[in-house]
Design a protein around this ligand. Structure first.
Ligand code: BGC
Length: 781
């Protein structure tokens, strides 16, 4: 036996040499508990209990809990009174298995609207309510930490997980995330904000090096996390799979300790993404306290590194303390008697309200809300009958049902054209027989199932339907999920069958003097410029969770006036996007490579652009920061969305306060229907020393439901730090002296009222000069 192995055996054996009355967690101080721990016990705490059950055909992990379908646990140490705590996904609702062996009961969870749709509400209060409701399920199903919310930036519309993330804008991202965290954690359970940071593509996600300036890092990719941490103190942060400027995020002490803890004051625990990172000792040294889901070789590597003096005991103890603090806070530690019976009926109502308030009306030629004479609806598009509640992978939820558009309309009292519905049913039956699931792909269970090509109603059916029905709806559906990015063909772009369907249905219905509405049941941006002129209205229904169909009917019928706004820009062409050249839009990895990436295998290649590394050459010019600064036309701008009513806004009154400024304006419903307005405050900053985007969102608010003629005063506060840009030469947040224009707007391109505020002298906050790229990145200016 080598000396190294012998030492490990001695250390492991030491775990049984415990004192007679060992200190118990919660009774003794943390110092005493840590002092009583053997080296092996400490490592046991830092490395999770494995992924219980069967992971893509590989049997792994030990079951330390009674919540099947949870993503992982910590390891218990009964001798010290340390229980295992349970961690489960994810952003759109709790993800656990709905059925259990030898158990008749079901364990469904509520599928809420996807994160992007929650951000579209521009309503932090509503998102907090969603979080509070989701958190009740976490608590009542015996889970301690929810693995969400996820807040990576929508850098490019083709990122496969954008639906799990909020926005292209860090302020909207951070504030909505903070509301979600506050809501979930109000139940006494934890959240894990993820994936920290810059996990902006799925292609080669465990080995991609995101290379960027420290300005882009600070202003765009870290800002949302910074706001979420400062405003809401999540119990945990999940580091991401990727590298930033050459270092795995889970092995980056500058990121996890200097910035997250040192600068932002994060008090909680950091865990890795599942099997993320390469070196367990480096993760511990960096302050990545918990390695999830945990593997035996990680434990051995940490013990070996300590023996070889490559990892100091202090770093181990710091991480151990963080994990113990997390356990101390958990419901499991408090012995909370969970019911396994959350009020799913009540929670469905919250999901429905959030979905209705997150819908974005993109176009309306006097078509919506549906007038009373509309009774019979022709529902075209496969997705009308097979609605998509959310995306796939760990962002999926096992809900009891999804209300389709067809069901939602029927429940709202509309009649569906029967002949058309029957044709779709026959089509689905035949398709099901044709498309058996692909059992040869181990990833298939985690990935979007192949959806059949659009059913093409023939000319006769089209003509008959156009004469029988009062209006046509055409639903276009998209789904995506982790492991893979979206594609251009047939995903960002409509398929020929889809554009053909929109054109033909519109032609037939217009000929009959009737209207058509396109409903987008999608998780992210698609191309709209080429076809948006055809239909009379377009409703972006997103992926609205299990109550989606009811919520769409609420909006179409006029029960709810749409008040959602786009949390990202919708470009005309894919190539208009600033990151289009620096994203794997036209790359498909082989199945073997995807599998290797999933398992975090060491790669043979390091130099394939957009796969092994990605250059963030667009720098801070992400989304509207690019389109608005460089005056590029767009299909729909950031913050855009129509309503059934209209609003006016008074000029903001600005008052200086001790900590900054207060702005007040009055929003009035000037139309004929009740509605809510999403008020957006953009700031256009002076650019004497640093180049600045034309404008940046600095605050937003949603009014309450205003009746026609009713007003509401809206107040925003700003501090000098909120106005600062990152000067990478000085490694400092700098608020330049000068005049700042405040723009109260209904979208980034629809300014309604303006004011200015003066900053008398430059203000500067110096921060750690860390995480610089190895080489200069050619950025746009
Ligand atoms: C995902 C995480 C998720 C984890 C546990 C990983 O594949 O990236 O977001 O929380 O799995 O399911």
């Amino acid at each position: 036996m080598s000396r190294r192995c012998a030492s490990i055996v001695i250390l492991l054996a030491a775990s049984v040499l415990f004192s007679q009355t060992p200190p118990q967690l919660g009774q003794a101080s943390l110092d005493e508990v840590i002092a009583a721990m053997t080296p092996a016990e400490k490592v046991q705490l830092l490395v999770g209990g494995g992924m219980a059950g069967n992971f893509a055909g590989v049997a792994v992990g030990k079951i330390y809990h009674n919540v099947p379908g949870a993503a992982g646990t910590t390891q218990p140490i009964p001798r010290l009174g340390i229980p295992a705590i349970v961690l489960a996904d994810g952003p759109a609702g709790l993800r656990i298995a709905p059925h259990r062996d030898k158990d008749e009961k079901t364990y469904y969870c509520t599928a809420f609207p996807v994160a992007t749709m929650l951000a579209s509400t521009f309503d932090a209060g509503l998102v907090e309510k969603v979080g509070e409701t989701m958190g009740k399920e976490v608590l009542e199903y015996g889970v301690d930490v929810l693995l969400g919310p996820a807040l990576n930036i929508h850098r490019n519309p083709l990122c496969g997980r954008n639906f799990e993330y909020y926005s292209e804008d860090p302020l909207l991202t951070g504030k909505i995330a903070a509301a979600m965290i506050t809501g979930v954690q109000s139940n006494g359970v934890g959240t894990s904000i993820k994936h920290f940071a810059a996990n902006n593509q799925e292609t080669m996600r465990t080995g991609n090096d995101a290379r960027m300036t420290t300005r882009a890092l600070r202003e765009i990719y870290l800002k949302g996390f910074e706001i979420a941490v400062r405003d809401a103190q999540p119990w945990t942060v999940m580091s991401s799979y990727n590298l930033i400027n050459g270092t795995y995020t889970s092995q980056s002490r500058p990121l996890l300790t200097d910035i997250l803890r040192g600068e932002w004051g994060f008090k909680g625990t950091v865990m890795s993404d599942w099997y993320g990172g390469k070196s367990a000792p480096e993760q511990i040294q960096a302050g990545n306290d918990l390695l999830m889901p945990g593997r035996a070789d990680q434990a051995i590597a940490i013990l070996s590194a300590q023996i070889e003096k490559k990892l100091d005991g202090q770093a181990v103890d710091t991480c151990v303390r963080k994990v113990l603090q997390l356990i101390l806070e958990s419901p499991r530690f408090r012995n909370y008697a969970f019911s396994n019976a959350p009020d799913l009926k009540a929670h469905a109502l919250v999901a429905r309200q959030a979905a209705a308030d997150g819908m974005v009306l993109l176009k309306n030629n006097n078509t919506l809300p549906l007038p009373p004479q509309v009774k019979t609806i022709a529902a075209f598009g496969n997705t009308s009958y097979d609605f998509i509640s959310g995306g796939t992978g760990s962002g999926d939820v096992n809900e009891a049902y999804t209300v389709s558009l067809a069901e939602g309309l029927t429940d709202a009292g509309y009649t569906l054209d029967g002949g058309l519905k029957k044709s779709y049913e026959t089509f689905f039956r035949l398709e099901e027989e044709k498309n058996k699931p692909d059992k040869s792909n181990p990833l298939a269970a985690f990935m979007p199932k192949k959806r059949p090509e659009e059913f093409a109603p023939g000319a006769d059916l089209l003509a008959a339907t156009a004469s029988a029905a009062d209006i046509a709806f055409i639903t276009i559906g998209r789904t995506s999920g982790e492991f893979e990015d979206r594609k251009l063909e047939g995903d960002f772009l409509l398929t020929a069958a889809e554009s053909g369907l929109i054109a033909e249905v519109t032609r037939a219905f217009h000929k009959a003097g009737k209207k058509t509405v396109v409903i987008l049941n999608v998780g992210g941006v698609i191309e709209t410029a080429s076809w948006k002129a055809f239909p009379d209205a377009i409703l972006l229904a997103w992926q609205g969770g299990q109550e989606a169909g009811h919520a769409v009917a609420d909006v179409l019928s006029g029960k709810v006036s749409p008040s959602g706004r786009l949390p990202m820009t919708w470009p005309i062409l894919y190539d208009d996007i600033a990151s289009s050249k620096n994203f794997p839009a036209r790359v498909t990895l082989s199945r073997e490579e995807m599998w290797a990436d999933l398992m975090g295998k060491e790669k043979e290649t390091k130099d394939r652009r957009n796969i092994d590394y990605t250059l963030y050459e667009e720098d801070i010019y992400v989304g509207y920061r690019f389109f608005d600064t460089f005056k590029k036309p767009v299909s729909y701008p950031f913050g855009y969305g129509l309503s059934y009513t209209t609003f006016s806004c008074t000029r903001p009154v600005v008052a200086a306060e001790a900590q900054g400024w207060k702005m007040t304006c009055t929003v009035k419903n000037t139309g004929k229907a009740a509605g809510k307005e999403a008020v957006q405050l953009y700031v256009s900053a002076p650019a004497k020393t640093l180049a600045k985007p034309a404008q940046e969102l600095k605050a937003f608010a949603k009014t309450r439901l205003l009746q026609p003629g009713e007003s509401q005063e809206v107040t925003f506060t700003l501090s000098p730090y909120d106005l600062a840009s990152f000067d990478q030469v000085r490694s400092a947040w700098v608020t330049e002296a000068g005049s700042y224009r405040l723009l109260i707007a209904a979208s980034s391109r629809d300014v309604r009222a303006t004011a200015t505020l003066q900053v008398a002298a430059e203000q500067i906050v110096r921060v750690h000069d860390v995480m610089r790229p190895a080489e200069k990145i050619a950025t746009i200016r």
